[in-house]
Ligand binder design. Sequence first.
Ligand code: SAM
Length: 361
Amino acid sequence: MRTEPFPDLDCPTVTEPASEHSPQSAQAPTGATLRRGPFREGDRVQLTDPRGRMHTISLEAGKQFHTHRGHIRHDDLIGAPDGTVVTHSSGSDYLALRPLLSDYVLSMPRGAQVVYPKDAGQIVTMADIFPGARVVEAGVGSGALSLSLLRAVGDGGRLYSFERREDFAAIAQANGRVFFGADHPAWQVTVGDLVESLPATVEAGSIDRVVLDMLAPWDCLEVVYDALTPGGVLICYVATATQLSRVAEATRDHGGYTEPQAWESMVRGWHLEGLAVRPEHRMHGHTGFLLTVRRLAPDTEAPARKRRPASGAYGADYTPHEDEWTPEDVGERTRTDKRIRRVRRDVDRQAQSAPRDASAE
Ligand SMILES: C[S@@+](CC[C@H](N)C(=O)[O-])C[C@H]1O[C@@H](n2cnc3c(N)ncnc32)[C@H](O)[C@@H]1O
């Protein structure tokens, strides 16, 4: 085992932990102070009942959380430590915890379908999103992925998010405000189509990473190439194999990117009880596929592939699509405008009553 510090690294070998009163903690990253300490008014709290069912509430002094068997007083939770067990008026015990980011994105108001936490984790790691990075994201949808990206780039980074629907962008921003307790200083949301808006928003060659979660990422390859710094990573998240195939071929045809890499991830929960230790019976069988490429240096061609495509891969059955796709073509569920207006009202109300991160003001 290596015990010596690495001699060639220009960094201190001992790092003083930040005490609660040190200048480091006075400038806690945006939203960090809301993630610890006793429950406060306005906090979202996840209650788990004796049967394992979860209920998310926002704490308000004097209010009660009602079930068909009775109630829990919010006042019993305000001021209590995270991880408290609170007694329901029926005598049952409920566990109270502050939701994690992964809990929050699954319970927050939605306009569009969200990126699931398992995929957000893959995106942050495999696209190498680092603190201080300048990242472009489109579309924003409900803002689920934006929250993970903002955490990864931190206050010193930059997340340029693009969404062509004004109502979705507003829902995403309100979700961000509730989660971080403030407008995140690294986040700039532009309402507009990425192809038109990106060149006007960022300087050519200045972007480290691009994340596309949209129906037709192949339409954006040219503007993304211009925005990315050489060596920069593009990651695409698509729902169907037909989209995956089209974006892979489009990156090859473009010529300015490395050979695409694609994968999917499956997460299978396990049941843990005494000797009954086995996979859960139910799982999310499919969420989406991920594909990454890197931008080549200017005037550079990718080296010829050593392995030729299988004969027939581009045969008579191979028909590159020229037509425009709709969300229905790939089986996306679309929500009515009336439902979106209701989601937007709910999330605005939540954002107004959510606790503020005073350190961000
Ligand atoms: C599946 S949603 C994104 C979900 C989001 N990543 C999340 O985690 O909440 C896809 C979004 O992309 C937007 N979109 C599609 N094409 C776009 C484009 N060319 N420019 C900007 N937004 C686009 C759609 O309006 C839609 O809201």
